[in-house]
Design a binder for this molecule. Sequence first.
Ligand code: ADP
Length: 301
Amino acid sequence: MFPIKVENLSYAYGTRRALVDVTFSISQGEVFGFLGPNGSGKTTLFKILSTLIPVDQAAVNIFGYALRNETQRVREYLGVVFQRPSLDLKLTVTENLRHHGHLYGLSGRTLDRRLQEALDQFELVDRSQERVETLSGGLQRRVELAKATLHKPKLLLLDEPSTGLDPGARRSFRTYLASLQETTVILTTHILDDAEACDRVGILSEGKLVAIGTPGELKRRVGGDVVIVDSPEPEQLSPKISQKFACTPILVEGLLHIESRNGHEFVRDLVAAFPQAIRSVRFGKPTLEDVFIKLTGRHFN
Ligand code: ADP
């Protein structure tokens, strides 16, 4: 039913806990994003799933194989893009892809066809004979993606995939994600737009999975609008707002964040009630960042 199942996964570097009791399941064909700020445990989770860090205690099951003792089997199903480049800079784009294809047992016509598809998909046809070292960072990232998907992995693991891509390349990457049918994708990101493009998102904070759901479901956890108040004395103003409007402002980096069913009316009443104590107010529909703030009481980055 769930090709990827992780139950009660914990991991520590010495005494520093990086993952705490993480449990989730992912369906075939899903694009699943782990969203979290720096230090929330994304890379550690990614390294475990990509078999770089061995696991001993937890049940991590990928396509029916237990990661703990069937690592080699699991690897055959994976396509992985790490944050650090894994390309051979002295070789051309095509040469890099060919070598990767050979590693996965592709050859002849099948390899030629996959190569052409990958070059088309990531708009690399014009650059195929260029050495990777001559390409910009964004183009190199596209070659990484082409390489990771060349052998049509069942599970594509992407660590911060749109880091280093320009806005246009980010958009086409998201379109590419949306076009995948069979492939299951797990990505990590601290970029809200990347998370928005996923079927489901898991929010990580200090090694804990604090929420899981579609972007829409997660945002519905924040009621209505989010009002953000800039005040010279936020600590004093917070209890007053709380008392008058029966709400619970959250103080994040000097700004008060308040959920409101009806933002524009609330803003009007708020400014009328505390005209001297408010420098500025803005409001809008909740983002995944607001969900993070609501769940953890902390700022996202
Ligand atoms: P993220 O990818 O979300 O930034 P990480 O998985 O890299 O999070 O880090 C999670 C926690 O583990 C952090 O507190 C980080 O400082 C710590 N950590 C990560 N790698 C190591 C390491 N090699 N040795 C010790 N602590 C580490």
